[in-house]
Design a protein around this ligand. Structure first.
Ligand code: NOJ
Ligand code: CA
Length: 554
């Protein structure tokens, strides 16, 4: 079997395992109660030993933090709570020295209302170049077809500005005015931002909220051709670099619309895009104990250019979004995964992985096995490798952004500060609290989720086919079992997963592989060779197998 590639491979992102980490939440190096680059730097050994190969850092720029840093006030610096540019450089060099890549956020759709561009714009005369950095109108009646995204907190995509005596456009919070991408100077300024971070050595960018760059009358102002033209400009710009950075699109859209963010031809927009359509359907399949939601959405997902890759995820720093499912599906998802109305926000569920699945270890393992075996590059959310919980009493999405739980000591070993001074309380309930769930205790427990996760990352990294291969679904009669093969350059893996809480038999038509021997990859156990007859397997509750199909030599 082909092993994963070297670090100089331009397609490195296809073989990557990405770890999403908010600097603020990971480790506090200077004891002020807020995580920082010094702390993150000190935990690189942990990340390396976990086996992840790329870190995705949430926004760490100067910001009033009214949307946790997605409201940027200065694109060229570091929020003082997180350290200095020098600290960032030292962290980046240390990450690179360990072979870890680092991707950062490019929040290009909007800025904070505290950004000097907006402060300048609101006081500049209407029609002036300064005013023209943002999107203004005399009334709030334009672009009515555009949905409101943060439905729990915003009533309109327009907000009146008393100083400008005009309404400004914003797709997210009212304190996040949208930049005007019809103004070429705005595009040039953002290219300067890209260059700044590229010169420092970052390996890529997550393009936040990328469908909303351009507005046009009579449209829903999403995925417009003019928006794609801007992304093509960004790609062409970064392509001038000797080793172009990764561009990762955040576009929460139906399959065909997400596909568009890879661009045309050989892929002239983003290298990667999150597979938003499949994420909720993994949870739907688990709840229904039926493979159909996953198979259906995967088969509706258009092909992507050779050098492109899906980004797969189960959870992240936002709510588990249900925007892209039907109303009926949304209803049963809320019932299944968030009986407590406190867990709902906007159109989604603000919970971490472990609480979503009732802290069931078999379900956590099954979902991770799917994350690691479906086509694409997996992204793990910090803390999910130890089964951290959430805190529904914290507002907005802060309940899933609590301090990383390192030890059973004060502040979960996250910080030496007075507990009252932490940026957020640590989780301290009897089930998920830091005395019960922490890295240190899981390191010394061979049966822990941490060891399991580490082992699965290693196993996945052993087979290039996971990151690069095609997928074919089998359709055995038992619909509680999801079965697919992954193939790449003559190698084939057979993945079988029981989505139900009870043991299941399955009969597979594997005649195409007659003569091959399935070798179970976790134990390297040979199963009986495949012949012309149906191949029988039984799976325990939520059980799964990854088989290497070894063909006879000669
Ligand atoms: C998507 C980010 O993931 C989310 O956290 C943020 O609030 C919005 N974009 C607005 O930037
Ligand atoms: Ca600190």
């Amino acid at each position: 079997m082909r092993r994963t590639g070297t670090s100089v491979d331009p397609l490195w992102y296809k073989d990557a395992v990405i770890y999403e980490v908010p600097v603020k939440s990971f480790c506090d190096g200077n004891g002020d109660g807020i995580g920082d680059f010094e702390g993150l730097h000190s935990k690189l050994d942990y990340l390396q030993s976990l086996g992840v190969t790329c870190l995705w850092l949430l926004p760490f720029f100067p910001s009033p933090l009214r949307d946790d840093g997605y409201d940027i006030a200065d694109y060229f610096s570091i929020h003082p709570s997180y350290g200095t540019l020098e600290d960032f450089k030292q962290f980046l060099d240390a990450a690179h020295a360990r072979g870890l890549r680092v991707i950062v956020e490019l929040v290009l759709n909007h800025t904070s209302d505290q950004h000097p561009w907006f402060q300048r714009a609101r006081s500049a005369p209407a029609g002036s170049p300064e005013r023209d950095f943002y999107v203004w109108n005399d009334t709030d009646q334009r672009h009515k077809e555009a949905r409101i995204i943060f439905v729990d907190s915003e009533r309109s995509n327009w907000t009146w500005d008393d100083e400008a005596k005009a309404f400004y456009w914003h797709r997210f919070f009212h304190h996040q005015p949208d930049l005007n991408f019809d103004n070429p100077v705005v595009v040039t300024e953002l290219l300067t931002v890209l260059d700044f971070w590229l010169d420092l050595g970052v390996d890529g960018f997550r393009l936040d909220a990328v469908p909303y760059l351009i507005e046009r009358d009579g449209t829903n102002c999403e995925n417009l051709p003019e928006t794609h033209a801007i992304i093509k400009t960004v790609r062409a710009h970064v392509n001038k670099r000797p080793s172009p950075p990764l561009l990762l699109a955040e576009a929460n859209q139906p399959p065909a619309d997400v596909r568009a963010y890879f661009g045309d031809g050989d892929g002239d927009e983003c290298h990667m895009a999150y597979h938003f359509p499949v994420m909720p359907r993994i949870f739907m399949s688990l709840h229904l104990e039926d493979r159909e939601p996953i198979v259906d959405v995967m088969e509706r997902t258009p092909g992507i250019p050779e050098n492109c890759q899906w980004a797969m995820f189960l959870r992240n720093h936002d709510e588990l979004t249900l925007e892209m499912v039907t109303e009926d599906e949304r209803d049963y998802m809320y019932l299944a995964y968030s009986m407590d109305p406190q867990g709902r926000i906007n159109v989604g569920i603000r919970r971490r992985l472990a609480p979503l699945v009732g802290n069931s270890r078999p379900r956590i393992e099954l979902l991770n096995a799917l994350l690691f075996s479906l086509p694409g590059t997996p992204i793990l959310y910090y803390g999910d490798e130890i089964g951290m919980g959430d805190n529904l009493y914290l507002g907005d999405r802060n309940g899933v952004r609590t301090p990383m739980q390192w030890t059973g000591d004060r502040n979960a070993g996250f910080s030496k500060a007075d507990p009252a001074g932490l940026y957020s309380p640590v989780i301290n309930d009897p089930v998920y609290g830091f005395p019960a769930v922490n890295v240190e205790s899981q390191e010394s427990d061979n049966a822990s989720l941490l060891h399991w996760t580490r082992n699965m990352i290693r196993l996945r990294q052993h087979f290039k086919v996971f990151g690069r291969g095609s997928i074919d679904f089998l359709r055995p009669a038992n619909t509680k079992v999801l079965v697919f093969t992954r193939s790449f350059e003559g190698d084939t893996l057979l993945c079988v997963a029981n989505l139900s809480r009870t043991a299941q038999p399955v009969e597979l038509d594997l005649r195409a592989y007659a003569g091959a021997t399935p070798v179970e990859t976790l134990g390297y156990t040979e199963f009986p060779p495949i012949g012309e007859l149906p191949y029988f397997l039984t799976l325990g509750p939520y059980g799964f197998y990854w088989f290497e199909l070894q063909r006879p030599h000669g």
